[in-house]
Design a protein around this ligand. Structure first.
Ligand code: PRP
Ligand code: MG
Length: 181
């Protein structure tokens, strides 16, 4: 058998827990942006699931746009350099922007993205992330909406991949060591 859920050694957050937490974050966002024009910016590709669920949990009108960014080099974050693979379609000048991602790890991606989008003259730029690893943080990132802080463990599911697999897992969990070997 090779079901996507077979390789998990532990489930950290079930689909139900994730949906409940996303609904709570959505309620906070609705309250904070009441009467305001809001653009959600999803960070491809990991944020696809949280973006889809968060946007649908919101009762207000939002625009959904996407960016794809990548670290230079061999896919590691070590260089500290980020480049844009796909830019926004929207002009965010004077608009409220909420960056949506599923995890803050070192913080490089969202630290860079916050400053990049901030330079385009938006009314505001904030971050919503489902997960954050405080012990892994290397760059200053202020996330306004955080689902959960987690230990510095490798997690997959709900958009999070290991070698491009497990993104379509409904839960979030840790992988069996046998997968790595
Ligand atoms: C992952 C994840 C976050 C980022 C977090 O994306 O989806 O966007 O890394 O790590 P950081 O805080 O250390 O920057 P990745 O760049 O691996 O691409 P993906 O979204 O396509 O998986
Ligand atoms: Mg990502």
């Amino acid at each position: 058998a090779s079901d996507v859920a077979d390789d998990l050694v532990e489930v950290l957050f079930t689909e139900k827990q994730i949906q409940d937490r996303v609904a709570e974050l959505a309620a906070e966002i609705e309250r904070d942006y009441d009467g305001k024009d809001l653009v959600l910016v999803g960070v491809l590709r990991g944020a696809v699931m949280i973006m889809a669920d968060l946007a649908r949990a919101l009762g207000k009108h939002v625009e959904m746009d996407w960016m794809a960014v990548s670290s230079y080099g061999s896919g590691t974050k070590s260089s500290g350099v980020v480049r844009i693979l796909k830019d926004l379609d929207a002009d965010i000048t004077g608009r409220h922007v909420l960056i949506v991602d599923e995890i803050i790890d070192t913080g490089l991606t969202l630290s860079w993205l916050t400053s990049n989008l901030g330079s385009r003259g938006p009314a505001s730029v904030e971050i919503a992330t489902l997960l954050r690893k405080p012990e892994a943080l290397q760059m200053p990132v202020k996330a306004r909406y955080v689902g959960w802080d987690i230990p510095n463990e490798f997690v997959v599911g709900y958009g999070l991949d290991y070698r491009e697999r497990y993104r379509n897992l409904r839960d979030i969990g840790t992988l069996s060591p046998s997968v790595y070997s």
